[in-house]
Design a binder for this molecule. Sequence first.
Ligand SMILES: [Zn+2]
Length: 215
Amino acid sequence: MIKYENLRKQVLDAILEAVEQGLITGTSGNIALRDDNEDIVAITPSGIPYKGMTVEDIAIIDLHGKWLDGNYKPSSEWPMHTAVLRARPDIKATVHTHAMFATIMAMGDHTELRPITPPQCEFTPVRIVPFTMPGSDEVAEKVAKAIGEDGRAVLIKNHGMFCCGKNMKAAMAATEYTEEMAVTTFYSKLLGTYEPMPEEAEKAMKALIAADQAV
Ligand SMILES: [Zn+2]
């Protein structure tokens, strides 16, 4: 019997989906999912190609990164994932990718991404954290702080993005919409037509989305 098979399968399916969607290049990017009942986390392994990966290749760690099971050691970015999972009991799934437009929009002197379309409002503001070495406790701390009490997505300068949600579907949606926000911001700035949604409309949209999700 494979331990935490369902948890691992969800991580495997999500990483393959992210590769399929072009959100991940090579072995960059990593995904984690916390068990509903135990302080156990399934996370993609370090440096292994995702295509052809099996459920047993997905690592099992505790909330402090201790490697408990799996054919390969956990992603070196485990500090970032576990820092957010420890800080936010409402969050179960975390996704880190180097998606192209999110990475482009993490550069420059702006401090956050603003919504261009209504569905993006669920994930704003997307704050931008300064570069720190990948896999370090420092980057983990900065990402967890920027995500804060209700954040869903942040960009990391010269690195990529980090998104989260109450389950894998929600964390993947945060990833896809953050990349969409980066794409629409990039092109509208390039055209000189950049005009994010007014803050009032963003607030109203957030309230609508929250009410809809509470049903
Ligand atoms: Zn990375």
